[in-house]
Ligand binder design. Structure first.
Ligand code: KG4
Length: 336
């Protein structure tokens, strides 16, 4: 089965062709990072316009790289949310146009399901599983009994992890997107600054990162006022140590409680080296799945793979009234 995936929820325009939910024939990603860098973050209206410029050329490039004719596609899978509404609409309308033109089945996929199923490209998924979803907009702990069964057990009460990384990067003078830059500097430093570990109340699987972020900001501002210098490497290492300790501890606790087979890490922050190292150090019990870096951040191959499994499970296609949603509840969409 050949699935054409389409992703445009934020600042990447991506189209992919994936065979049988596994073999990525092509995965073209056009990133707008350089365009948004000068603003220090993604500007929604600018993002939508660039999706419009790019999208049809990316469809063509993807099919040509996969050496697949439009007629050969069996299913179109497109991200319908959550994300920036203007950006999402470009991908959804392009996908619907393709489906209408070539008489193809189409299904809408939840962006976070896409991140989780990025793991199915290089690993076999085994259930029950716990998924730690860490991205620029989301931080969630999800229990999965089976394919496409999502129970959100914990989530951030304020900032998403990626958002905290991006803000910390800004305050220490690193450019957008800050996550990879903080990760790199962290590996050159040591955990020397005393930063809080926010576990919230006992037995809570929720997260909070705004206090940690403010602690870093205050530390830098106080040092500036006193004309003292900050060791950026050590500050990044200390911030990363605090984030990773809490993420790994809560994930392992839930994995033990639910007696899962597998721990799945997904989303842009799953590219973080410190997080990977911490999981490898602390986890001896569970099979650990983390995607390769190219499948961690937004891409259409993960949407095609999620679309494949979604279609296998529900055997249901959408129609051309398919719409995009800035907010979209994962549990509700797939009704556990
Ligand atoms: O999943 P993603 O591509 O987009 C969303 O759906 O949000 O995630 C982007 C986020 C950004 O906040 C970026 O700074 C963060 O993932 N990120 C990282 C790393 N690579 C990307 N954060 C920490 N360490 C990294 N290596």
């Amino acid at each position: 089965m050949l699935v054409l995936g389409v992703e445009s929820s934020c600042d990447e325009t991506s189209v992919a062709v994936v065979k049988d939910g596994k073999e990525v024939l092509s995965n073209v990603i056009n990133s707008q990072i350089d365009i948004h860098k000068r603003f220090g973050g993604v500007v929604p209206e600018v993002a939508s316009r660039h999706h419009v410029y790019q999208v049809s050329m990316i469809f063509e490039e993807t099919l040509s790289k996969a050496n697949v004719k439009p007629e050969e596609i069996d299913l179109v899978a497109v991200t319908i949310g959550p994300g920036l509404i203007g950006s999402l609409l470009v991908g959804v309308n392009a996908a619907k146009t393709f489906a209408l033109l070539y008489h193809k089945k189409i299904i809408g996929v939840h962006h976070l399901a896409g991140h989780i199923y990025a793991n199915a490209i290089e690993h076999e998924m085994h259930f029950p599983a716990v998924a730690l979803l860490v991205s620029g907009g989301n931080t969630e702990l999800i229990y999965m009994k089976d394919h496409f069964s999502f129970e959100v057990v914990g989530e951030t009460l304020d900032d998403a992890v990626g958002e905290a990384y991006d803000k910390v990067a800004r305050v220490v003078g690193l450019s957008y997107p800050g996550g990879p830059a903080v990760d790199r500097l962290a590996h050159l430093g040591k955990d020397t600054y005393a930063l809080p570990r926010v576990y919230l109340e006992e037995n809570s699987y929720n997260f909070s990162f705004s206090g940690l972020k403010s602690a870093v900001i205050n530390l830098v501002h106080n040092a500036n006022q006193r004309n003292e210098s900050i060791n950026r490497e050590n500050l990044c290492a200390s911030f990363q140590a605090s984030v990773c300790e809490v993420l790994v501890a809560k994930t392992l606790k839930l994995a033990k409680e639910k007696q899962v087979q597998q721990i799945i890490v997904a989303g842009g922050v799953s590219a973080n080296q410190g997080l990977k190292e911490r999981f490898m150090k602390e986890n001896t019990e569970f099979e650990l799945c983390i995607p390769s870096i190219r499948y961690c951040t937004d891409n259409a191959a993960m949407i095609a793979v999620a679309g494949y499994y979604q279609f296998q499970k529900f055997k249901k296609e959408d129609d051309l009234s398919l719409n995009a949603y800035a907010s979209l509840d994962l549990e509700e969409l797939y009704e556990i």
